[in-house]
Design a protein around this ligand. Structure first.
Ligand code: ATP
Ligand code: MG
Length: 274
């Protein structure tokens, strides 16, 4: 537990993000199972990820949130003992089809990790790298424009525009995390997966990331894993509660937090375990 976590049920979200919008389905998972050797980490999980609504994954440590998140862009491929079964689609396309270009997939379904991980390169290069290798910029000017726009969208431009050649690792933790978000945005993704993106940040940096999630909502499908119940209530419109590898309950965030159908969900959000 970090000190941002809480053992009490969060207030009902009342801000502008509370109401889910009618949304198109961006990704689907059907009967997904994940095994690490003998460990059955994800059990028959089926879920739809919306484009216009932010989805929060919550649940106690070890319940499989990160594992399931990684199935969505095949990051589990990088773990030798991980085996994934079931179906996952992105705009109806089979993510696990043999002909799927995984590098391309991870650009379309970007990921932001718990610990900010900028490359040991300049701020500019951190953002320019992806567009360059994916051939998204026809000229130097076009590349500069992508970098500027991505940094603006990530809410970092004003803080770094005069020091683009400084190392990305020289930024503060919160700035580094926004740089990583800019890096994900720069390749024009369709989905952004965030695995506890604020757990290493102070409340001010956290608020900035949450603002950013509001601003990006609808432009990208966003899934965020969080241990912070208030954060889930503030940033998401849909919440999925995982427990011991099962998806116990999935629904509107306001419903999950005020009127959960499952006893296990109620116990978790009221802090009876976690
Ligand atoms: N690389 C791995 N190799 C073997 N087992 C793993 C690996 N990653 C996760 N596991 C196991 O899979 C299960 C789910 O882990 P996962 O990291 O997905 O949980 P989590 O919900 O993200 O937890 P936390 O909230 O602590 O981040 C756990 O039993 C964990 O030990
Ligand atoms: Mg995790």
């Amino acid at each position: 537990m970090t000190d941002t976590e809480t053992a009490t049920a969060p207030a009902v979200p009342t801000d502008r993000t509370a109401a889910p919008k009618p949304s198109s389905i961006k990704m689907t998972a059907r009967d997904v199972n994940v095994f690490y050797g003998q460990t059955h980490a994800i059990k028959d999980v089926s879920i739809d990820v919306d484009l216009e609504n932010v989805t929060a994954f919550i649940g106690p440590s070890g319940c499989g949130k990160s594992t399931f998140l990684r199935t969505l862009n095949r990051m589990n491929d990088t773990i030798a003992i991980a085996k994934v079964t079931g179906d996952i689609t992105l705009d109806g396309e089979d993510v696990y089809a043999p002909e799927m270009d995984v590098v391309q997939l991870r650009a379309r379904v970007g990921m932001v990790f718990q610990k900010p991980n900028p490359f040991p390169k300049s701020i500019f290069e951190n953002v320019a790298y992806g567009p360059r290798i994916h051939g998204l910029a026809a000229s130097k000017q076009a590349l500069e424009q992508i970098v500027e726009q991505s940094l603006k969208r990530a809410g970092l431009w004003e803080e770094v525009k005069d020091r683009l050649s400084d190392s990305g690792t020289a930024l503060s933790g919160g700035q580094q995390q926004r740089l990583c978000i800019a890096r994900a945005i720069a390749v024009d993704p369709e989905v952004i997966l965030m695995d506890e993106p604020c757990s290493a940040l102070d409340p001010i940096a956290t608020a900035k990331i949450e603002e950013l999630i509001h601003a990006l909502r609808g432009k990208y499908a966003i899934v965020i894993v969080t241990h912070n119940m208030q954060q889930a209530a503030r940033v998401s419109q849909k919440t999925a509660f995982f427990h011991l590898g099962n998806l116990v309950e999935y629904g509107e965030t306001s419903e999950i937090f005020t009127n959960p159908h499952e006893e296990r969900t109620k116990d978790y959000i009221t802090g009876r375990y976690g």
